[in-house]
Write a protein that binds this ligand. Structure first.
Ligand SMILES: NC(=O)c1ccc[n+]([C@@H]2O[C@H](COP(=O)([O-])OP(=O)(O)OC[C@H]3O[C@@H](n4cnc5c(N)ncnc54)[C@H](O)[C@@H]3O)[C@@H](O)[C@H]2O)c1
Length: 318
């Protein structure tokens, strides 16, 4: 299996998992139908890759008809580009498009085996959606979130009023895809305190079927990717702010010295400076460790509305 599990993690996980009894025991878990909630940047990418690689029907739910229309049009554009570049045939493109089924409400997810939520990073919105998914989706369905920073344990807790009843919360897990989903191979699979081993295994297996390489971690602020990436970006911004080096020198040394496609300041622009700041605030707030304090320049740039590529101005102009 294409997952990366550290020795330290492997020795910790079973202890965490033994804290509760798992409620559902499965053999090989088969996903015949996927649900995706949120047809934005991430949800659309997840739905398209699931249709292309795992070749499952995908019910794509969004509360905004405009987002659904835009998402489906974007999927068609990406498929046409793949055909034009001979990466897939017209038949494969048609087959993938036919598997994407847009829907306007969560009620359409009553027949899915696996659902991935990708709505905006607003805790109350995610808690509300998971409490509904636990009621609407079949009792065997895995309930996954693509959250960048919200605790999986808290999201899982929202599925039941009784914390002792883990029949729903044990089915909650995070599948944190990297952006852009059709291109990046990595996905983080994160267990909340309540997540069962069966749920974790099913999530790793389905992401592998989607052609992704899974890294597994427990629920901790920033998980793995952002815990490592965001302090790196933040430190690069502090180096700029305190005059250790200029923008181009900072990006050039990391790009040419560590063989990454772009330096930390350009990467921050692509991710969005508001997103970087929000994640640094989670790391700082949840750990109370001063090593995670957000850089003053990062805060000032967000206050100025210079959010990077999406606003046309960040460390670079777009
Ligand atoms: N953008 C990234 O680089 C990135 C990377 C990894 C993870 N994430 C996470 O993925 C999630 C989605 O991010 P995104 O960038 O795709 O956001 P986005 O704003 O592009 O898309 C969110 C979509 O959710 C829809 N939505 C809002 N409320 C809804 C509801 N109640 N029911 C159904 N649909 C609803 C919106 O209409 C929108 O289409 C967030 O949790 C984010 O933190 C983002």
């Amino acid at each position: 299996m294409a997952s990366v599990i550290s020795k330290r993690y492997a020795s910790r996980l079973p202890g965490q998992l033994r804290l509760f009894s798992t409620t559902c025991s499965r053999g090989a878990f088969e996903v015949k139908r996927l649900g995706v909630v949120g047809a934005g940047q991430m949800g659309l990418g997840i739905a398209l890759v699931a249709a292309m690689k795992a070749q499952v029907p995908v019910t794509l739910v969004d509360s905004s008809q405009t987002s659904l229309d835009k998402g489906i049009a974007f999927a068609e554009k990406l498929l046409a580009k793949d055909v034009a570049k001979s990466r897939i045939t017209q038949e494969q493109s048609d087959a993938a498009r036919a598997l994407l089924i847009p829907a306007s409400s969560l009620e359409h997810l009553s027949d899915v085996d696996f659902v991935i939520e990708a709505v905006p990073e607003i805790p109350s919105l995610k808690f509300d959606i998971f409490s509904k998914l636990a009621q609407i989706c079949p009792k065997h369905a895995i309930l996954a979130t693509n959250t960048s920073s919200i605790s999986i344990t808290r999201i899982a807790a929202a599925t039941s009023l009784d914390p002792k009843d883990t029949s729903n919360s044990s089915r909650v897990v995070s599948t944190h895809f990297m952006n852009p989903v059709p291109i990046q191979k990595g996905v983080e699979i994160i267990s909340g305190l309540q997540t069962s081993k069966e749920t974790l295994d099913a999530a790793v297996a389905f992401c592998t079927r989607m052609g992704k390489i899974a890294s597994v971690s427990i629920d901790s602020p920033g998980f793995l990717a952002n815990r490592i990436l965001m302090p790196y970006i933040n430190e690069a911004i502090i180096c700029l702010d305190t005059g250790v080096g200029d923008r181009d020198s900072i990006d050039a040394i990391m790009k040419n010295g560590t063989n990454v496609p772009m330096g930390p300041l350009q990467l921050a622009d692509f991710i969005g400076l508001d997103t970087c700041l929000a994640i640094m605030k989670v790391l700082h707030g949840e750990t109370c460790d001063s090593k995670y304090r957000p850089s003053i320049l990062l805060k000032n740039m967000v206050d100025a509305g210079w959010l990077g590529k999406k606003s046309g101005k960040g460390f670079y102009d777009y």
